[in-house]
Design a protein around this ligand. Structure first.
Ligand code: ADP
Ligand code: MG
Length: 387
């Protein structure tokens, strides 16, 4: 993203003065899917695509003048008027402003222009990139940078919950705020402890293929799966009154086998995936430390298999892309995100990259009449002030 581009729009749409520029990235998740609500681990990293904003106090008490460069849309509003703006993009600014105020930042009126290059709805969390970018700016402009990183993560999450109607977890905002170039982060969704792991796959590229489908499924597949997981935990807890079982995180393979007959094959398979995913995340940690990207890739394929066959959250298009990756000799490939559409994330040897992308585009087009979108990603730094 281009600083001069954002600056030129900021100058043009406001009073000709310049402000400070802040940036925050989107994210990928290497492994650890459907683990957050099971008390497990996720493994995100920040990417080289994000949101960049120029911001400057405008001397008013509580008037925000906001310009979305990409949407060419201007909205002015008073953040103390009790209702805020209607435009969905401006609600992120409104929400994070009030959340930062709650954290004690004495926010006053400001001007803001922003742009981004996180593809929307591709699973890289453009919304978290916005929240953490604006939080970083408000903290710097009005708060002496006293708000901690974790509080900014939680302010971003609260923005989604309270002003945008999205009941999300904390991975996206966490990755956007805490990301570091060349490092992935293993986040314990239960304790919020995290650890950086080196991600420096020399000779490999990380690339996302967007299936460009999002299947709206009848019923509530997400809640069904949550219920299955909770049901298995309930049965295990009943058998083991001596232990504490909050989530599948607390359960062992043996305990799962003990309740197999009572919970039925569907719940069993789903819990089996979750326990497997927990093990795979830990295996990936070791592999990253050893620089063993072949093992990382193998675990990615295993996750895909589990998401598809056991957790049943894949779809024909994603399985098709995964099969092409296998045929092309790609090191690792899997669904990224909750499933039923969106992207696959692929770890590809440099020398296979061109062939893989060309083959995937051609075959996918022949079958589905559209080409998958291709996003190369480099693991990059989190929220920061640019100038
Ligand atoms: P994602 O999975 O990418 O986070 P969301 O639906 O949560 O998808 O957030 C997308 C929303 O964020 C858009 O509808 C828009 O309101 C806002 N948004 C994201 N990027 C931009 C941008 N570059 N300019 C304006 N608004 C944006
Ligand atoms: Mg989002």
């Amino acid at each position: 993203m281009d600083i001069e581009f954002v600056r030129s729009r900021f100058i043009k749409h406001f009073d000709g003065k310049t402000g400070n520029i802040y940036a925050s990235p989107g994210r990928i998740n290497l492994i650890g899917e459907h683990t957050d609500y099971n008390g497990g681990f996720v493994f995100p990293g920040a990417v080289d695509k994000g949101i960049m904003a120029e911001m400057r106090p405008n001397g008013t008490e509580s008037t925000i003048r906001a310009y979305s460069i990409d949407l060419k849309d201007r909205v002015d509003f008073d953040f103390h008027d009790g209702k805020g703006p209607r435009a969905s993009w401006a609600r992120y600014i409104y929400g994070i402003t009030l959340e930062m105020e709650k954290l004690g930042v004495p926010v006053k009126g400001f001007n803001i222009a922003f742009a981004g290059d996180v593809p929307l709805g591709a699973g890289m969390s453009s919304s978290a990139a916005m929240e953490s970018c604006f939080a970083c700016g408000l903290n710097d402009l009005f708060g002496d940078n006293k708000v901690s990183k974790w509080d900014m993560v939680l302010a971003g999450q609260a923005t989604e919950h309270n002003y945008c109607g999205v009941n999300c977890g904390i991975m996206d905002q966490f990755a956007s705020v805490f990301g570091q170039a060349g490092k992935l982060m293993r986040l314990d969704c239960r304790s919020r402890e995290f650890e950086y792991f080196p991600f420096d796959p020399k000779g490999y590229k990380l690339v996302l293929l967007n299936s460009c489908v999002k299947h709206e499924l009848a019923g509530s597949p997400y809640n069904d799966r949550r219920n299955s997981c909770e049901n298995v935990v309930k049965h295990i807890a009943a058998k083991h009154p001596e232990g504490t079982f909050e989530t599948l995180r607390d359960c062992t393979w043996e305990q799962l086998e003990e309740v197999r007959a009572e919970v039925g094959e569907e719940d069993y398979s789903r819990a089996h995936f979750v326990l497997g995913e927990k093990d795979r995340v830990l295996a990936v940690c070791d592999a990253l430390v050893a620089g063993d990207y072949e093992t990382v890739g193998k675990k990615m394929y295993e996750t895909h298999e589990g998401l598809s066959k056991e957790y049943e959250v894949s779809c024909e298009e994603l399985d098709f892309l995964n099969d092409i990756a296998k045929e092309c000799g790609v090191t690792g490939s899997r669904i990224m995100g909750g499933g039923f559409g969106g992207c696959t994330i692929n770890l590809v040897k440099d020398e296979l990259y061109d062939d893989f992308i060309a083959t995937a585009k051609k075959k996918y087009y022949e079958k589905y009449g559209k080409a998958p979108k291709v996003y190369d990603v480099i693991i990059s730094d989190g929220s920061r002030k640019i100038c």
